[in-house]
Design a protein around this ligand. Structure first.
Ligand SMILES: NC(=O)c1ccc[n+]([C@@H]2O[C@H](COP(=O)([O-])OP(=O)(O)OC[C@H]3O[C@@H](n4cnc5c(N)ncnc54)[C@H](OP(=O)(O)O)[C@@H]3O)[C@@H](O)[C@H]2O)c1
Length: 246
């Protein structure tokens, strides 16, 4: 991770779960981190749980990744205030467990999932790349995918979430090709966890006996991918809790 000390990392979806844990780990490793979320105030709260010398590397900015203007404005501000972005962790994601694909009136929920998990990730990647290109930086984009991006699993009411993560798998490889065709050495990595204990997973009996990963387990994989030497690119990491059935 030494090559990223003092460099700038953006983490989307930084207000809870994997994103919040990634913010603290990256700042602890010496990176200047800007956590983006709609609840930006929750990112600032994270500063209280780390030593002061780490806390001063944590920043936050309100950004709704379903809005292209919100993304463009956030990256422009970060370019202005911090000089640009070197690492992007595309982590923001939602599931809307309220409907199936066939439920009447489900359009807004399905669009929210696609706008967040797919278009948000694509537009943040574009803005990060433009920042890296302007400064000739060989940066790194990490996409938080899912095992559901590689295999259909029949959980109830996941509706379009699995399709959004299959899109992340295809988009990661498309980005890799585009980055190569641009003549850059910017890396792109997909990290695909099984079930992780975060606010995304509903509480209750349903998952009582289900083995789960912790956010730290996923962040360990992020740090591993970022920590590889410049000539090594981790394409895909699949991580499951021991005992997971799927
Ligand atoms: N938990 C799992 O079992 C699991 C398994 C595999 C993959 N994943 C993936 O891991 C990633 C992180 O999820 P998590 O489990 O850590 O869930 P989480 O605790 O619910 O966190 C989701 C994050 O996404 C942000 N977000 C949602 N909509 C947003 C929007 N429109 N604009 C900006 N930020 C937005 C939320 O921030 P605000 O609400 O403050 O905006 C929050 O910080 C997601 O991509 C998810 O698909 C999760």
């Amino acid at each position: 991770m030494d090559r990223w000390i003092g460099k700038v990392a953006i983490v989307t979806g930084a207000s809870s779960g994997i994103g919040a844990t990634a913010v603290k780990a990256l700042a602890t490793a010496g990176t200047v981190v800007i956590g983006l979320a709609r609840r930006a105030e929750r990112v600032l709260e994270l500063k209280k749980s780390v030593p002061p010398e780490v806390a001063h590397r944590i920043h936050s900015h309100r950004c709704d990744v379903t809005s292209e203007q919100s993304i463009v404005d956030a990256f422009a501000l970060i370019d202005h205030q911090f000089g640009g972005v070197d690492v992007l962790i595309n982590n923001a994601g939602v599931s809307k467990l309220t409907c199936t694909l066939l439920t009447a009136g489900n359009g807004a929920d399905l669009r929210t999932v696609l706008d967040t998990n797919v278009m948000g990730l694509v537009l943040c990647s574009r803005e990060a790349f433009q920042s890296m290109k302007r400064r000739s930086i060989d940066g790194h984009i990490v996409n938080i995918n899912s095992i559901l991006g590689h295999k259909y699993i029949g959980f109830p009411n996941l509706n379009i979430y699995g399709a959004s993560k299959y899109a992340v798998t295809a988009i990661t490889e498309t980005l890799r090709n585009d980055l190569r065709n641009e003549g850059t050495r910017v890396k792109v990595t997909s990290i695909s966890p099984g079930i992780v204990r975060t606010e995304m997973v509903p509480e209750g009996d349903q998952f009582q006996d289900t083995p789960m990963l912790e956010a730290d387990d996923v962040v360990g994989a992020i740090l591993y991918a970022l920590g590889t030497p410049p000539h090594v690119q981790v394409h895909e990491v699949i991580i499951k809790p021991v005992g997971e059935m799927n």
